[in-house]
Design a binder for this molecule. Structure first.
Ligand code: SF4
Ligand code: SF4
Length: 441
């Protein structure tokens, strides 16, 4: 695509990067066919190509964002299906991240929208605040119907609907410390404690630590790590995202210097996509660029890391039929498609893949709160495809997808690691019904 940026504009490294991306797009439109918002809304401006034109026009003319571009960029899930489809290697992720930061800097949203976004950025990345908010949500649940009737209050209604009825107790295993591996030492990794997942389902990381240590891997939780920054990054709050990235880079760099790390293991693929991008996000910061690149190179999804170990035969072969839902951040963001399914199959599960697996479930960070109507359409489509597999449990590797799909599916939705842990001698995952087992032994 031809671009018309002035030399002065190109002196800004963010604009220069976006210009490089824009020039790669050849307008072919292949990406529209796999874009969930285009498939749902049928509007070219809600397709990757349409958004690319809008972003190009805004950046080239150096003008502030307007209502039209905000509407269509806000509807983008950042699912990155377009990047998987694009034959020209257009890095839509970096382009839309730049557009979101530009919107945040130059556009004044309506008051309620601003308040909602400020509240999400203040609460979600901080486990203690999120825990309090979930407790307060119980008081708000009776008003869901009322909030649903006012368009500007729909995000509040969506939040209350998503809030779980009960919140698990905080896990002592998630505190800073070292979990020694059993038997012969096979590796040393750090694990991201994260934010929302540690409140909604701390058992995901507990299970991961338990399985890894049984396999002989030492697991370190260094003091000072926290939210990866993805939630605020996707809202265009660039400085807040970079602050989270620097904090994590510092924590993991200390762990590397104090004993080395084979990997930084991540159990939420949304976080994994962002951490693998720290090297790019901090490339312009001379104090962090190298350290961030090292962290990104070490970042591994738990299934990616487990695939590098020579796993023993599972201690049981459950034979359960599992629908594997590949989170967008897993398949499009990190291009991890093979490992989770292979691990599940090797552990004795029968893996089925739902139709339209490339389409997002509508979770997408805060999307299911801020764009609840499109999100609900995508969720219902996803659940229909999952239930058509005839599976008795859904496995996936991202807490956002777990919460989203579980809010509408009749079958239990669990993190992949819980099924793997079960097959390798751990407890049966909560929510997986005994009746769903098909004895294979
Ligand atoms: S990231 Fe997803 S929703 Fe956004 S343009 Fe690409 S395919 Fe469409
Ligand atoms: S598939 Fe790639 S090159 Fe083609 S229109 Fe979409 S982004 Fe541009």
């Amino acid at each position: 695509m031809q671009t018309n940026f002035s030399l002065a504009q190109l002196a800004d490294p963010h604009v220069a990067e976006s210009e490089k991306i824009l020039r790669k797009c050849v307008h072919c439109g292949f990406c529209t066919a796999t874009c969930p918002t285009y498939v749902t809304l049928g509007n070219e401006l809600d397709s990757p190509r349409g958004r690319i034109y809008l972003i190009k026009d805004m950046l080239e003319n150096g003008r502030p964002a307007d209502k039209e571009i905000v509407t269509h960029i806000d509807r983008c899930l950042s699912c990155l299906a377009c990047m998987t489809t694009c034959p020209s290697g257009v890095n839509y992720m970096h382009l839309v991240d730049h557009a979101r930061a530009h919107i945040q800097e130059t556009y004044k949203r309506p008051l309620l929208d601003r308040l909602t976004r400020a509240m999400l950025a203040f609460v979600l990345p901080y486990p203690a605040r999120f825990r309090v908010a979930l407790k307060l949500a119980k008081l708000g649940k009776p008003f869901i119907g009322l909030f649903d009737k006012v368009s500007a209050l729909k995000p509040l209604s969506a939040m209350l609907k998503l809030a779980p009825a009960s919140i698990p107790a905080a896990s002592p295993m998630g505190s800073p410390g070292i979990h020694a591996g059993q038997g012969t030492k096979r590796g040393r990794v750090a694990i991201l404690t994260g934010c929302a997942q540690s409140v909604l389902d701390p058992a995901i990381n507990d299970t991961t630590i338990s399985l890894l240590t049984r396999l002989g891997v030492e697991v370190v939780i260094p003091p000072g790590d926290g939210c990866c920054g993805a939630l605020v990054h996707h809202m265009g709050r660039e400085q807040a995202a970079l602050a989270s990235a620097r904090q994590n880079v510092d924590a993991w760099t200390r762990a590397i210097e104090q004993g080395g790390l084979d990997a930084i293991v991540i159990t939420a693929s949304g976080c994994g996509t962002t951490i693998k991008d720290y090297g790019f996000m901090l490339r312009l910061d001379p104090a962090y660029a190298d350290k961030a690149a090292r962290v990104s190179a070490l970042a591994k999804d738990i299934t990616e890391y487990l695939s590098t170990l020579d796993l023993p035969e599972p201690s049981r072969k459950p034979g359960t039929v599992v629908a594997y839902h590949s989170a967008c951040s897993m398949q499009h963001g990190q291009k991890i498609t093979r490992q989770p399914k292979e691990l599940l199959a090797k552990a004795g599960f029968i893996v089925r893949e739902p139709r339209e697996g490339h389409l997002c479930c509508g979770s997408a960070g805060t999307y299911n709160i801020l764009q609840s109507e499109i999100s609900a359409k995508l969720r219902d489509r996803k659940v229909k495809n999952i239930e058509a597999t005839g599976a008795s449990v859904v496995a996936t590797g991202n807490i956002g997808c777990i919460t989203q799909i579980a809010s509408a599916a009749k079958l239990p939705v669990v993190h992949t690691i819980k099924l793997l842990d079960w097959a390798y001698g751990g407890p049966k995952p909560e929510g997986v019904l005994e009746e769903s087992l098909i004895a294979a032994e």
